[in-house]
Design a protein around this ligand. Structure first.
Ligand code: THU
Length: 128
């Protein structure tokens, strides 16, 4: 199995920890750092809906909060039959924290790989 598919499978496992009683839509994510560390995440919903955090931001926040700054890949998995793309807020967070990274999405069997800049072109940044 190649590295991208492997990371996607790890994301699919992380999905099982999702707390999604409101939407019923479980999502898992797995980030890989340049040092070879993997951090996982899942969506964690809240009865106050905007307090929900997506799987991608859970995983990225775990990596950053543990001191990992070199995230090179993130894989995203759900039970949906279609490819699950990151939401707009997560695309902004991905652009901030892994701007040169790859995003691996899947539909349960096949995967696709995108650059962060492809999913959020002209991202807002204070670097300009
Ligand atoms: N969700 C994610 O975790 N990641 C995405 O990229 C899209 C949406 C979650 C948020 C919410 O718990 C559920 O999916 C339905 O929107």
């Amino acid at each position: 199995m190649n590295e991208n598919k492997e990371l996607y499978e790890i994301a699919a496992n992380a999905k099982e920890n999702a707390y999604a009683p409101y939407s019923g839509f479980k999502v898992g994510a797995a980030v890989l750092t340049a040092e070879g560390i993997v951090y996982t995440g899942c969506n964690v919903e809240n009865s106050s809906y905007p307090a929900t955090i997506c799987a991608e931001r859970t995983a990225i926040t775990k990596a950053i909060s543990e001191g990992s700054r070199n995230i090179i890949k993130i894989a995203i998995a759900s039970d949906g039959k279609e490819y699950t793309y990151p939401c707009g807020v997560c695309r902004q967070v991905i652009s901030e924290l892994m701007p040169d990274g790859e995003i691996i999405i899947g539909n349960g069997s096949d995967i696709k790989v995108y650059k962060a800049s492809e999913l959020l072109p002209h991202a807002f940044t204070l670097d300009r």
